[in-house]
Design a protein around this ligand. Structure first.
Ligand code: S3P
Length: 171
């Protein structure tokens, strides 16, 4: 059966901690297609960590690199692309993904996101005096953008990675 959007990369979007990398890796395995990750590609190309790039070159520089990498990955053929949490804020990125991929928002509550990111100190945007408040603010600001995704899949603390893969495939 021919599915709409077949052959296009599936692009996972959503907040830090929503499971894009974990679900994306498992989804790619299940579909037997390559897995790609924008953060990973940026780190590999610049030979610096995300935190170092933010610190040395600033967020604007990171966002420009991220946009370039996204475009490259969208042209790489069928596969699963996991993105950094900020990618869907840029209209140009949303348009590129809508034109050449299928976007899937992994929607999650602030409580679930926080439970997953609180022990990870590597995310530059959360290196503030009130990381939980920052996460909540980012979630509120970004939700209207993520809501433009073509497919929305709810994450929940009780769902395993494999459950999430089922839900993405069903959706
Ligand atoms: C960011 C999320 C990170 C990374 C960078 C900025 C964001 O990726 O791209 O730290 O703006 O939400 P993850 O969503 O994979 O944590």
């Amino acid at each position: 059966r021919h599915m709409p959007g077949e052959g296009r990369p599936i692009v996972l979007v959503g907040m830090m901690g929503s499971g894009k990398t974990a679900v994306g890796t498992a989804l790619a395995e299940r579909l037997d297609v390559p897995f790609r990750d924008t953060d990973e590609a940026i780190v590999a190309a610049s030979r610096m960590s995300i935190a170092e790039i933010f610190e040395r070159d600033g967020e604007a520089f990171f966002r420009a690199r991220e946009r370039e990498i996204l475009n490259r990955l969208l042209d790489a053929g069928p596969g699963v692309v996991s993105t950094g949490g900020g990618i869907f804020l840029d209209q140009r990125n949303r348009d590129a993904i809508a034109a050449r991929g299928v976007s899937v928002w992994l929607r999650a509550s602030a409580d679930l996101l926080w439970s997953r990111v609180k022990h990870r100190t590597t995310r530059p945007l959360l290196m503030t005096s009130d990381p939980r408040g920052t996460l909540e603010r980012l979630l509120a600001e970004r939700t209207p953008h993520y809501a433009n995704a073509q497919v929305i899949v709810d994450a929940h603390a009780s769902y395993s990675i494999s459950d999430m893969v089922d839900h993405v495939i069903e959706a």
